[in-house]
Design a protein around this ligand. Structure first.
Ligand code: F6P
Length: 325
């Protein structure tokens, strides 16, 4: 294998708070170890369209507390084609980039896996997604900030829900995973969470609602994982039809969940994993995601990281059930 001299870094897919601290850590750890660094803009699109810029330590000054990603991001359709990947490879070679650090979620790391296999390019992934759905890492960059944002929103909705004695279905992101929904429900003291990992039956709805309305509580809050067919609107409609005595509202939190200054937890995680990405290259690792497991930095092969079956701990489901009584 040729010695690596220059590392390209990009962010791809949905942005996540903490991507900037990750870019900063990758850049500075790389330079500290004698590598050159090139920032690639708009994810894989920037590789295909040659939007590449030399980075210095100053390029990443003052960004640790900023949400979003200074490199911009995209979901590249062209990179899904062999022609697109060939163009990306040609530009990468022309720019003198010998290895890539890709910060992104499932789709982005799947792209990195494919690219690495086709062109024998050392690729290191960092888990950057609010969904927390990558395997082999306890946490993904952005998840903690998003969870806190959701909790703050639900706290505010609880005020108005109480005043009006209403039932709220609050829809949160997470794609196919219920980590954000389940844990924000626990953190905000919601009555229930409807998540893709669990089947919700019709009669459970009455139970969820009852938990909030009975006793001294005057409102009920159910957090619902986003879903094309069975999101918050779907459940609200069903309750309106089956329990017309209740005053039901829906709140879809949307993209505000992806914004904001990264939490301390996300900044530290991103910094550790960014340094870990450079250590991985120095260790001769390739085609792995750098994750965190039991407070240790670990290398997870892409093939494991992108499996869509990250387990949600059962005790979280029990805890919410017990505590929302
Ligand atoms: O993967 C992150 C995520 O925010 C998901 O939770 C959500 O389903 C999706 O991205 C939304 O993507 P977009 O910003 O492209 O609408």
């Amino acid at each position: 294998m040729n010695r690596i001299k220059c590392i390209g870094v990009l962010t791809s897919g949905g942005d996540a708070p903490g991507m900037n601290p990750a870019i900063r850590a990758v850049t500075r750890a790389a330079i500290a170890n004698g590598f050159r660094v090139k920032g690639i803009y708009r994810g894989y699109e920037g590789l295909i369209h040659n939007e590449i810029k030399e980075f210095t330590t100053e390029s990443v000054s003052g960004i640790i507390g900023r949400g979003g990603t200074i490199l911009k991001t995209a979901r590249s359709k062209d990179f899904m084609t062999p022609e697109g990947r060939q163009q990306a490879y040609d530009n990468m070679v022309a720019a003198g980039i010998d290895a890539l650090v890709v910060i992104g979620g499932n789709g982005s790391l799947t792209g990195a896996r494919l690219f690495a296999a086709e062109f024998d390019v050392p690729c290191i992934g960092l888990p950057g997604t609010i969904d927390n759905d990558l395997n082999g890492t306890d946490l993904t960059i952005g998840y903690d900030t998003s969870l806190n944002t959701i909790m703050d929103c639900v706290d505010k909705i609880r005020d108005t829900a109480n005043s009006h004695e209403r039932i709220f279905f609050i829809e949160v992101m997470g794609r196919d995973a219920g980590f954000l929904a389940q844990n924000s429900a626990i953190a905000a003291g919601a009555e229930a969470a409807i998540i893709p990992e669990e089947v919700t039956h019709v009669d459970q709805l009455a139970q969820f609602i009852g938990r909030g309305i009975r006793k001294s509580k005057s409102s009920s809050i159910v957090i619902v994982s986003e879903s094309p067919k069975c999101g918050a609107m779907y459940y609200a409609e069903r309750v309106r039809k089956e329990y017309p005595q209740y005053d039901v509202r829906v709140s879809i939190l949307g993209h505000l969940q992806r914004g904001g200054s990264p939490s301390a937890g996300d900044r530290i995680l991103a910094s550790r994993l960014g340094v870990g990405a450079i250590n991985a290259l120095l260790d001769g690792q390739r085609n792995v995601m750098v994750g965190i497991k039991d407070d240790e930095v670990v290398y997870v092969p892409f093939s494991n990281a992108v499996k869509s079956d990250k387990p949600l701990k059962r005790d979280l489901i029990t805890a919410l059930q017990v505590l929302s009584m």
